[in-house]
Design a protein around this ligand. Structure first.
Ligand code: SF4
Ligand code: SF4
Length: 197
């Protein structure tokens, strides 16, 4: 019997996410992606990244914001679909019988998704993004430290990639498409993969 977002194994902390039937967190905000996320999903699905990525405006100071020219700066995020009545959900969120929802990407999902509601060391998702509030103290003991370190490494590498893109965009001095920026991210991920030992 479902209780809140949980199935009959309902429990607290990270176990709550493993047993979660609602996955409301996949409906309440855009999911940002790094160049590594984009490359992994594009390669596995064999589709162009613009088919599953979108751009949402961000501030000029955002270190992960891509300069798209004409004063536009945007975060690359997963696309969302309209589930009717204006309700939006991640493109990859699957709706199963009985109101159960599941991530269609599984292991391919952006690194951030695998750790959610942890969003960084000592940081948890804001209230309202889940059906319950979270505190770092209740998650700290369960969080996968290796995955957290990998998330931080991805973010640092992505910030460097974004800085390179933004330097390129500044030289071009014209409007640039998200597709062009995503192609740049794919190339950066490919270069990383080739350079890896
Ligand atoms: S963060 Fe909340 S809504 Fe998202 S999977 Fe975990 S328990 Fe479910
Ligand atoms: S990729 Fe999966 S876990 Fe991440 S937001 Fe989309 S449906 Fe949710």
């Amino acid at each position: 019997m479902a209780r809140d977002g949980l199935d009959e194994r309902g429990a607290s902390s990270v176990i709550a996410c493993r047993a979660c039937r609602s996955r409301v967190c996949c409906t309440r905000e855009h999911t940002p992606v790094t160049h590594r996320d984009v490359a992994r999903v594009a390669a596995a699905l064999a589709v162009a990244p613009e088919l599953f990525c979108d751009a949402v405006p961000t501030s000029a100071e955002d270190p992960l914001g891509l300069d798209l020219g004409d004063g536009r700066r945007a975060r690359a995020v997963l696309r969302r679909r309209d589930d009717g009545d204006g309700a939006l959900a991640c493109l990859f969120l699957l709706a199963l019988d009985g109101g159960r929802r599941l991530c269609g990407l599984g292991e391919l999902a952006p690194r951030r998704c695998g750790l959610f509601p942890v969003i960084g060391r000592g940081e948890v998702a804001a209230d309202g993004l889940c059906w319950r509030p979270w505190r770092w103290e209740e998650l700290a003991g369960d969080v996968d430290r290796e995955a957290l370190t990998a998330l931080e490494a991805d973010r640092a590498a992505f910030a460097a990639v974004v800085a390179r893109w933004n330097a390129f965009a500044a030289r071009r001095r014209r409007r640039l498409s998200l597709a062009t920026a995503l192609a740049f991210l794919l190339n950066e991920a490919a270069r990383e993969a080739e350079a890896a030992p």
